[in-house]
Unconditional design. Structure first.
Length: 333
């Protein structure tokens, strides 16, 4: 009989609530949440979803637990992946899965052994505007792709952030932590591999955290000379209607599109996509829905059914983020 329980090990970021909610929706029961250091979020989620809080790993790694979810401190996640491999548990992680070259090498070793399935909450793939963009590019609507620009500013609210968020060692830094989604999207949207990256990280604020950089830009060259520009920062105004006014711009030989991932406050908060081609004037595009969530996709992979996000996708997106971080030019005030 199939095990229908999951658990949480490491609960330090609210992204894990999406996994909990979806797993319950798929008919799984949560065996418990284990968070050894800061239980505040764990307590809140346990109360909201009527989940036991555990004071040891025994219950959350019990034989009936099939899948573990984690939003642990970023540099601790690779250890949890290895722990789950040891106990034969599949695992879903909040991003990023790894924060360093050592972590990347350890992740690759786990994936090569192929004893468990590892997932990451690459939830940008669920966004209707990006799913629609993927469909249009595959249909040749934009012609041959020329360039992709992604702007992903974020709201910082430093007083509400834990100290580990500002630690390069623990968090991974702005490129690894925030642009992992974008590197994954570049490969997914284009069907091409990343060939070269050059990047810059800039520090403008918070001198009390000397290795916290608040702005990053990455230039990417992909197969077929498709160019991409990735930009992110921690400077979204507090009054923004979302965590950031995130935009994606794509240019092809036949046309171009603009995606407003969190809408436009003058119009509404829903995702928006606009396009124009040599034949069509600027217009809004009707969006299609993702066929499956990221969590649902992992469950299909575990069940041996067709899936969309592979171990290779996870590894190569992580590799691109680590390499962009490693060779970044660092600029300070």
């Amino acid at each position: 009989m199939e095990n229908r329980e999951f658990s949480i090990i490491g609960c330090r970021h609210g992204h894990i609530e999406m996994f909990i909610r979806e797993m319950i929706g798929f008919g799984y029961a949560c065996a418990g949440i284990y968070e050894a250091d800061d239980p505040s979020l764990a307590i809140a989620l346990a109360k909201k979803y009527d989940i036991p809080l555990c004071d040891s790993l025994e219950r959350v790694l019990a034989p009936e637990v099939a899948i573990v979810g984690s939003s642990a401190i970023n540099n601790e996640k690779i250890g949890l992946i290895e722990l789950c491999e040891k106990h034969g548990k599949h695992i879903m992680l909040d991003k990023p899965a790894v924060t360093s070259r050592d972590g990347l090498n350890r992740l690759e070793a786990v994936l090569q052994r192929d004893q468990i399935q590892v997932g990451m909450l690459l939830t940008s793939r669920e966004r209707s505007c990006l799913v629609t963009l993927k469909q249009l590019t595959e249909e040749g609507y934009l012609g041959d792709l020329i360039s992709i620009t992604m702007r992903k500013p974020h709201k910082l609210t430093p007083a509400s952030r834990p100290a580990w968020h500002f630690s390069k060692e623990q968090n991974g830094g702005i490129i690894v932590n925030l642009l992992i989604h974008d590197f994954d999207l570049l490969r997914w949207l284009t069907g091409r591999e990343i060939r070269h990256v050059s990047s810059v990280m800039i520090k403008n604020i918070l001198p009390e955290y000397p290795d916290f950089y608040d702005c990053a830009a990455v230039q990417v060259r992909m197969e077929g000379n498709v160019m991409a520009q990735l930009y992110t920062d921690w400077h979204t105004p507090e009054q923004c209607w979302a965590f950031g006014d995130c935009r994606v711009f794509v240019t092809g030989t036949k046309g171009s599109v603009e995606l407003r991932l969190f809408g436009d406050p003058s119009v509404g908060g829903d995702e928006l996509m606009f396009a124009m081609t040599h034949q069509e004037k600027f217009h809004q595009v009707n969006l299609v829905q993702a066929p499956v969530s990221v969590t649902g996709d992992l469950l299909q992979r575990i069940a041996g059914k067709p899936y969309r996000i592979s171990h290779q996708d996870l590894l190569l997106a992580s590799k691109a983020a680590i390499e962009a971080d490693e060779q970044a030019v660092l600029l300070r005030e």
